[in-house]
Structures are given as C-alpha cells and as structure tokens.
Design a protein around this ligand. Sequence first.
Ligand code: F6R
Length: 265
Amino acid sequence: MEIIIMPSDNEVGRYAASLMAKEISAKPNAVLGVATGSSPESTYKHLAQLTSEGLDLTNIKAFALDEYVGMDLDHPESYHSVIRREVVERVGLSPDNVRVPNGMAEDIAAECADYERDIKESGGVDIQLLGIGSNGHIGFNEPGSSLVSRTRIKTLAPKTVKDNARFFDGDESKVPVHCLTQGIGTIMEARKVLLVAIGKNKAKAVAGLVEGPIGTFCPASILQMHPNATIVVDEEAASELKNTEYYNYARDNMPNWQRPETLKA
Ligand code: F6R
C-alpha cells in the first residue's frame, strides 16, 4: 500500500488524476471504477484538464460504485445525475460507456446480479477510484459489512445520512435510507485501487484504513490486503497517521519511472 500525503485538495486531485491518466494511456480501453461525493471532485477536475490536452477517453468504460434506492434517476443528487455531470460531461466519457446501478429497478436483487455480471463481462475494473466515509465505509459498505460482500442493497448508517445531508439542503429526512453498492469483495477485485481523502473529518477513518486492524469495523481497512492500493490524502486527512515520516520518505524517494507522468522530476 502506498500512502501519498499532499499539501492540498488540489494536489491530491492532480496526483490521483495523473495516476488514472497513466492507466488510460497504457490501456486505451481500460475500465474505470468511479466514485461520487466531494472527495474525487478535484481528481475529475484535473482529469478533465488532461482530456482537454489530448488524453483519449473514446474507448474507456466506467462503472459507478453505488446509487440511492428509490430516488428518481433524474434527481440532481442521484448518482446517475452526479456521474453524468462529473464523469460524462466534465471528464468526457461517452455516456454509453458508463454504467451506474439502477436504484429504481423493480427487482433489486436481479439488478445487483446484472451489475456484477456487467463488470465481469467488461473484463473487470482496471483502476477503482474511491472516497472514504468518516466512518470508514468504501462504496456504501458501512461498518459491519462482510469483507467479501458483492453488489447488494444496504441501509445507510445514520452517520452517513448525517454527512450526506449537505447535498440535500442540510435536511437529513431527504437523504434516502437505502442504497445499492458494489460489495467489498467486488471492489477488491479491481486490479488497482486509488483512494482519495480530504479534510480533518476523514482523519480517523484514514488512520483506521492505513494503520488500524483489518476488520468490518473500518471496512476500508481491507485495502491493506489489496496488492495494488494507493491512498492519496491531504495533510488534514493524514493528521492521525503515526508512520508519516516513512510515507513521506518513500514518496520523496519514489523512482522516477514509478511516478505518474505529470509529476516526473
Ligand atoms: C461515493 C461513495 C462513498 C463516498 C464517501 C465519501 O460513491 O461510494 O463511499 O466516497 O461517502 O464521500 P465524500 O467524498 O462526499 O466525503
């Protein structure tokens, strides 16, 4: 696991976008896993910049992590809408190449099985972008989720409802209670994972992810078992980490060939 601490949200996004661009340049038909929420916004901003400079996304496919259940797909805060705004319109992926779980499906179990099948038939996710909840969730796999779970319906934790109320005029009663989410087992099958975290509110979760015991209490801690995980955080999100001297030393001594293109010395 590689821990990259950057001075600001903007630098987190620049680093993460350049890692994604490296993947896309090496494999022009790569399959991306895409997240919603605030954390990846600066990553999408920089990826859009790289696209405008010639990064070719024509044959890139993407799968979203999750979606609210029972929310109209055209609602501005549905993840269909967020992915359309942030990933299709902003970054420039073709809408036909992007799949989001359908939280309005009549048969939720069948939709989850279809989602798993679609990911598999695409060849699997090459690089999965993740945020982290303040309670340590990845996707919407809340504390207590099975570490080998697959795409399924979940109940949002009250803490997540509270955190996400900011997208719904601060009104917790407007936040859906249920969601569809890729499981932890599904996420762990991505060939690479790239998690971004910004701000003090994420410091405890990031410490649990990187240095805590592996367990369902902090679902993100399972990433310690992933063979190719990069965790990119700002200084506030890193503020409860203990081993920062080593993480910074490793970052500063990263071989040039291993650095993302845009950050080469
Ligand atoms: C979003 C997702 C969630 C968020 C997490 C952090 O698709 O799966 O795990 O990444 O809730 O959200 P923000 O970035 O808004 O703090």
